[in-house]
Design a protein around this ligand. Sequence first.
Ligand code: NAD
Length: 479
Amino acid sequence: MYEGHGLYIDGAWRKSASGATYVAINPATEEPIGEAPVAGREDALLAIAAAERGLEAWRRTPAWDRARVLRKVAILLTERMEEIARILTIEVGKPLAQSRREVQLSIDQFEWFAEETKRIFGQSLESRVKDGRMLVDYEPVGIVAAFTAWNFPLLLLSRKIAPALCAGCSIVARPAEEAPGTAMALFTCCHDAGIPAGAVNLLTGPPHEISATLMAAPQVRKVSLTGSIPVGRQIMAAAAQTMKRLSMELGGHAPVIVCADADAEQVAELAVPVKFANAGQVCVSPSRFYVHESRADAFAKRFAETAKGLRIGNGLDPETQLGPLATRRRRDQTEAIVERTRAEGAELLCGGKRPAGFNRGFFYEPTAFKGVTDSAQVMNEEPFAPIAPIATFREFDDAVKRANSLEYGLAAYVFTKSMRLANEARERIETGMIGINTFFLAAAEAPFGGIKQSGFGREGGTIGIRDYQNVKYVHALPA
Ligand code: NAD
């Protein structure tokens, strides 16, 4: 499947310098998909050198021309949606409908930033000195290193490549090893759209050597990571040596507060497809449910009934609603969390095991617990799994305190008909994003990102470009 591609450096596909490859596995069948190159130090150095040349060409490309090329990437992604969605499903297991949605969200990134490219305005102020001007210019930050997780292999790359190119940066990307083909498909679109050689570069394979080389290089001025908090800490520490700018899109553990006045059954029905999208492997997945005690039984019952109705299968089957987990490791971790939650005294409502009739593939049933205590591990550590723990609350204040009690601060959701409670939630919940009476957050036009240990920096929205720009202040006086 990866033939004819490989590493993408300086505008061309190539093998790795060592010739080494690794095998990517289809999580629905456990069969090999193909062999992708293992990039090492030599390849990373070539990519950096190409990105230096690419930067010079791209940053001087006029904004309207950069915009046209970005728009062309969006057009090519649109034309190739079916083909790319299929690769995505084969690599990470998500149902085809969800893969198509991921392609659409990625198209949105290129469309949005294509338009924003034309609107990179500086500022001009009057000087305190007669006839002087104070100018604020926004310049590309330089070469960007991008590291992304496997759960949204196309979208996470697009969220970095589109704003970096919009700002005039060049980029060296290292996507997750689980999904090299999805990245290759995106880079093919970049190539065909006419992005100049060196402006975008792709390195595949295990992260450590690539990361160490990019992090040590002073020419790389910025790093953007989407991954877990522990890897975020490693990258931050490494970035300190050369003072690189950072964007950190890290883990979350999103609380969902369902107030007494909400339609609990309706919220449960809304929550199930969101909770089990991508088998729960979503950073903004609703992952801690706090339901008012007067509505908790109704919520839990409807949630479990709806979850049991999800159709499990290979994502390529159009009927499938829940695919496998992306890797054996994730399935093993899911099993461990379930066992631990049981041992901690929670009541299993549905799931809790591998589905019958699946001898191969990393499948796991949609799982929900009620009676989960605040001290349970699943309430404190991001599960990143198809597991929904449901707890209860009596006072709204208490629910807010519990929502804020963790070091995560990526997303939160509140369901209420009360304007007062909605406003309180909006003001008091410590999070980068909050859905009030909705689970819909990710949109190219809105700033996506977290606070606390969920990270910093924003992807999307007008301010998403700022993360890829330096500010240059000029005070100019007449001679
Ligand atoms: P991970 O942090 O283990 O890995 C993320 C990616 O970084 C992988 O491709 C991995 O190979 C790579 N990586 C590992 N060590 C690295 C290093 N030293 N240098 C560079 N890259 C390195 O996370 P994971 O388990 O693969 O992904 C799930 C995590 O990602 C979850 O915590 C999830 O919440 C988070 N995530 C966050 C967002 C967001 O936007 N905030 C989106 C998706 C996923």
